[in-house]
Design a protein around this ligand. Structure first.
Ligand SMILES: NC(=O)c1ccc[n+]([C@@H]2O[C@H](COP(=O)([O-])OP(=O)(O)OC[C@H]3O[C@@H](n4cnc5c(N)ncnc54)[C@H](O)[C@@H]3O)[C@@H](O)[C@H]2O)c1
Length: 365
C-alpha cells in the first residue's frame, strides 16, 4: 500500500470510530492551526487528523526534524492543507514566519525528548523546553491565538512514589530528570500566561504513547526500540525485573484527547491526564513483541536506570472523561498491530532515521 495512504487511512478509520460530533467538526473548519513538533511521533498523527478537520484552513507544522535525523519530514503526508516549515521553536525568525499565517490554535508538542537525553544534555533540554516555550507563549499571546494546548507529561508531574491511579490534584517536587523539571515548568508557564495575559491554555499530561510514527532511537520509548531490535533478532534489554508497569496509550487516543482539549471550553486553564487508564508490565509487553516478531532469545535483565524511580504508572482518566468526554478506544493488541504494520511498511525510512550511535546511550549500557 502507498505509504501516505496507510497513514491517512489509519487516522481516518480512527476518526470514523470516534465519530466526533458536528459542533466539534464545525469548530475546526477553516482554522489555521500550528503544531510544533508536528513531524514527530504524536505530532504527525495529530497533523494528519487536523488536516481532515480544517478543510480550507491549514495545519502549519514547525519542526526542526531533530527526531527524524535524515533531514526529511517523511513522518508527514503530502496534502495541500499541510504546510511544513523546517524551523526551531528557539528561533524568533522561525516563529515570526509561522505566525504570519494568522494562527488560531497552537498545539505545542516540540520537545527535547526525553528523560535520558535531558540527563546527557541538560542545557539543551532547558533551552528547548523552557526558553523555546516562553518564546512560543509570547508570540501566541501577542497574536491573540484562541487556544494554546501544551503537551505535558505524566512522568513530569507525579514524581517517584505517588498513590495510584495518578490523579491531577497531586503533584510532586521529587522529579528525577531535567526533562521532567522542564516539562513541569512548561505547565507553570502556561498557567502564568493564562493568569497574566488571559491566554487560553490547556495542560494535557500524556502517558507512554506508542503507535505508528515513533522512530526508534537511543532516547526513544521502549516499545519502538523493542520492536526494532526484535525484528532484527536481537536480545531485548529490560532495565529492571520486568514487573514494572506503564500506562501505554495508543497515539491516536492521545490525538482524540488533544482535539477535544482544543474544542471544549471546560478544558481552558485545566490540566488533566490523557492515558489509556490501564497498566501493562514491561515483561508482558516484551513477550508480545517477541511473539509477533518470532524472536525467542531470552531477555537481558539490567539494572534500572538511576532516574527511573517509577515501578508502576497508572493514570486516572476520570477528569479528562468528565471535562472533555475523553474515551480511549484502542486496546493494546490493536494499537500494537498498527505499530507493527507501520514498522514493516516504513522499514527503509526507519532504518535511515533510527539513531543508535555506538557507545552513546547510557540507557543501554
Ligand atoms: N511520547 C510519549 O510517550 C510522551 C509522553 C509524555 C509527554 N510527551 C510529550 O509529547 C510531545 C510529543 O512527543 P513525541 O513522542 O511525539 O516526541 P517526538 O520527539 O517524536 O516529537 C517531537 C518533535 O519535536 C521536534 N523538535 C524537537 N526540538 C525542536 C525544536 N527546538 N524546534 C522545533 N521542533 C523541535 C522533533 O524533531 C520532533 O519531530 C513532547 O512534548 C513530549 O514531551 C510524550
Amino acid at each position: 500500500m502507498d505509504k501516505d495512504t496507510f497513514r491517512d487511512n489509519l487516522v481516518q478509520d480512527y476518526l470514523t470510530k470516534i465519530n466526533l460530533n458536528n459542533e466539534i467538526k464545525a469548530y475546526f473548519k477553516s482554522k489555521n492551526i500550528l503544531v510544533t513538533g508536528g513531524a514527530g511521533a504524536i505530532g504527525s498523527n495529530l497533523t494528519i487528523a487536523l488536516s481532515k478537520l480544517v478543510g480550507d484552513g491549514k495545519v502549519i507544522v514547525l519542526d526542526n526534524l531533530s527526531a527524524t535525523h535524515d533531514g526529511s519530514p517523511w513522518n508527514l503526508i503530502n496534502k495541500p492543507n499541510i504546510m511544513f516549515v523546517k524551523g526551531d521553536v528557539r528561533s524568533d525568525r522561525d516563529l515570526k514566519r509561522v505566525f504570519k499565517e494568522r494562527v488560531d490554535i497552537v498545539f505545542h508538542l516540540a520537545a527535547f525528548f526525553a528523560n535520558q537525553n535531558s540527563v546527557d544534555y541538560p542545557e539543551t533540554s532547558a533551552e528547548v523546553d523552557v526558553l523555546g516555550m516562553i518564546k512560543l507563549l509570547e508570540i501566541s499571546t501577542l497574536s491573540e491565538v484562541e487556544k494554546f494546548i501544551y503537551a505535558s507529561s505524566g512522568c513530569a508531574i507525579y514524581g517517584s512514589f505517588p498513590e495510584l491511579p495518578l490523579k491531577e490534584d497531586f503533584i510532586s517536587m521529587h522529579l528525577t530528570t531535567p526533562y521532567q523539571i522542564n516539562k513541569m515548568t512548561g505547565e507553570m508557564y502556561c498557567n502564568f500566561y493564562m493568569h497574566h495575559y488571559g491566554l487560553n491554555i490547556v495542560n494535557c499530561r500524556f502517558f507512554n504513547s506508542f503507535g505508528p510514527g515513533e522512530i526508534p532511537g537511543q532516547y526513544r520509548n521502549v516499545i519502538p526500540n523493542f520492536i526494532y531490535w526484535s525484528m532484527k533478532g536481537r536480545q531485548l534489554p529490560i532495565t529492571g525485573d520486568g514487573s514494572e508497569t506503564r500506562d501505554f496509550t495508543y497515539v491516536l487516543d492521545l490525538v482524540q484527547g488533544l482535539i477535544k482539549s482544543a474544542y471544549y471550553k471546560e478544558a481552558i486553564g485545566e490540566n488533566f491526564n490523557l492515558a489509556a487508564g490501564r497498566e501493562i508490565s514491561i515483561s508482558d509487553m516484551a513477550k508480545q513483541v517477541q511473539k509477533v516478531t518470532g524472536n525467542e532469545i531470552e531477555f537481558l535483565f539490567k539494572e534500572r536506570r538511576k532516574w527511573d524511580t517509577k515501578p508502576r504508572l497508572l493514570a486516572s482518566i476520570e477528569k479528562a472523561s468528565r471535562l472533555i468526554d475523553y474515551k480511549p478506544i484502542i486496546d493494546f493488541d490493536e494499537g500494537f498491530k498498527a505499530n507493527l504494520d507501520w514498522f514493516k511498511l516504513f522499514d527503509e525510512e526507519i532504518e535511515k532515521s533510527s539513531d543508535f550511535p555506538p557507545g552513546m546511550s547510557a540507557a543501554l549500557k
